[in-house]
Design a protein around this ligand. Structure first.
Ligand SMILES: [Zn+2]
Length: 479
């Protein structure tokens, strides 16, 4: 996630406010949930108690959704294939659109919906370890649906984009909506003929029949539901292979106007950005690269897996390589390794900001990461509220506070000073490439750093992440 500096302050505030509202429990305490062995209505993330669900692990999603920009209506059928991690008489999915039919392994299932949650009671209990297919038919006008003040769906004039963090999935498909349950995705999107529908991963082609065009996409590497996106509208598509044989796909809105040229130049930089980042952090974790620049409406850029989506606001003053570096760095930090809990957001934003710092000297001979660290450290007085935020546990209202980004990157440069450049990049690479389940926490990052460096880093991370004051200027703090 990245926001155009200054221009998007209002969106930051809006996002912050919205997030704080999404924690109270839904009104509908499950009418089914008291009997038998129900899966939990949340996955256990204290920042967002209703996000995700307990009792199962999703293996794959097959999403088929049709969006009509004329009436902004989306209808869909999604099949969620999961493995039960306990016996289930009842389980939940996250969906705010209205469902019309649900089946489990082909047998019709009872369900009720309330707020963010869908409670499903299969005809027979699901045994622990069993793999089942849950098919949900649903529809609605996502733009009109607000849940506890959150309404992440964005209308763009020529269509819409489903892009959001920490949540968007519930506005267009039922899911276990939490980064700690990654899965594979097949995405089939239909729009009126003449429009385009873009999503993540491999482009498998399009067909047109009865006035509708259908576009097929596949994410074969597991992804968190919030990183899966859809863009519907008038797009020009550019696709091919880079010199090194990597498939790319860029999509530019036909309505970008004067921003069109700098947007194109920026997104086409993605291939070079990926190679730069590979030299820092090891092999790109996915196969496809790309980017999407929709028409106005979106106020931020997001690291959607394999294909970030960029607000045109980034390109109003010319090409913007920094934001491409940032979103592509998230492919390593945030996508390949996702946060186990939203509390660990600094691991995403700190690394993405640090990647920008690494690129600045290459781009225009600008300040080195060490100079950036010291400019911020010396420039922000000890009494400045910047130091008040404990970025290791910022709270759901402050996930995207500037301190999470800047103090996060400062922490990494300070770590590099503390353990040495060699160990630092060994840690960064191992963090992404040695993580079998693709999830991480601050504690796991500290342990990895300690194992590779052979140093006790508890006091170091305490000072940088968990103390509401400016770290003292000591060698131990990497200063
Ligand atoms: Zn970001």
């Amino acid at each position: 996630m990245n926001l155009p500096r200054l221009r998007a302050i209002r969106s930051v505030i809006a996002i912050g406010l919205c997030l704080s509202l999404s924690s109270p429990a839904d009104a509908s305490a499950s009418a089914y949930g008291m009997l038998g062995s129900p899966g939990d209505g949340g996955i256990g993330d204290p920042y967002f108690p209703k996000h995700g669900n307990g009792g199962y692990d999703v293996l794959s999603y097959d999403i088929a959704a049709r969006f009509n920009p004329a009436n902004e209506r989306l209808t869909g059928t999604t099949t969620v294939r999961f493995r039960a991690t306990q016996r289930l008489t009842v389980f939940n999915l996250d969906l705010v659109l209205r469902a019309s039919a649900v089946s489990v392994d082909g047998r019709s299932a009872r369900f009720i919906q309330g707020g963010h949650e869908m409670h499903i009671r299969p005809a027979t209990a699901i045994a622990k370890g069993a793999i089942v297919k849950v098919r949900v038919r649903y529809g609605g006008v996502p733009e009109d649906v607000s849940h506890l003040g959150v309404r992440p769906w964005v209308t763009t004039g020529d269509g819409a984009v489903a892009v959001g963090q920490p949540e968007i999935a519930a506005w267009w498909f039922p899911s276990n909506d939490h980064p700690s349950d990654k899965a594979r995705f097949n995405i089939v999107l239909s729009v009126p003929a003449g429009k385009q529908a873009i999503s993540n991963g491999a482009y498998l082609g399009r067909t047109t029949a009865n006035g509708w065009s259908t576009f097929r996409w596949r994410l074969s590497e597991p992804a968190a539901p919030y990183l899966v996106f859809a863009a519907f509208g008038d797009y020009e598509i550019e696709r091919g292979e880079t010199a090194s044989g990597r498939p790319y796909l860029y999509a530019f809105s036909e309505h970008l106007g004067p921003v069109s040229r700098p947007a194109r130049r920026s997104l086409r930089f993605t291939a070079e950005a990926t190679e730069f980042l590979e030299r820092q952090f090891g092999p790109y974790p996915f196969r496809w690269i790309g980017g999407v620049a929709p028409a106005e409406g979106l106020g931020f850029a997001l690291e959607n897996q394999t294909r970030p989506v960029y607000s045109p606001l980034f390109f109003t003053t010319g090409p913007h390589r920094g934001v491409v570096i940032h979103e592509m760095a998230h492919q390593w930090f945030g996508d390949a390794i996702a946060v186990r809990r939203w509390q660990y957001i600094w691991l995403n934003e700190g690394f993405a900001t640090y990647a920008e710092w690494l690129y600045t000297p290459v781009q225009y001979g600008g300040p080195t990461p060490q100079q950036q660290l010291m400019e911020l450290y010396d420039g922000i007085g000890a009494r400045d509220p910047f130091w008040d935020l404990r970025i290791g546990d910022p709270g759901p209202d402050n996930l995207f506070d500037r301190a999470v980004y800047d103090r996060g990157a400062m922490t990494l440069q300070a770590l590099r000073n503390r353990v040495g450049t060699g160990d630092f990049f060994t840690i960064a690479r191992a963090w992404v490439h040695d993580n079998a389940d693709g999830l991480g926490s601050t504690r796991e990052f500290r342990r990895l750093s300690e194992r590779i460096s052979g140093e006790d880093l508890e006091a170091f991370f305490d000072a940088w992440l968990f103390t509401a004051s400016k770290p003292a200027r000591t060698t131990d703090n990497g200063l």
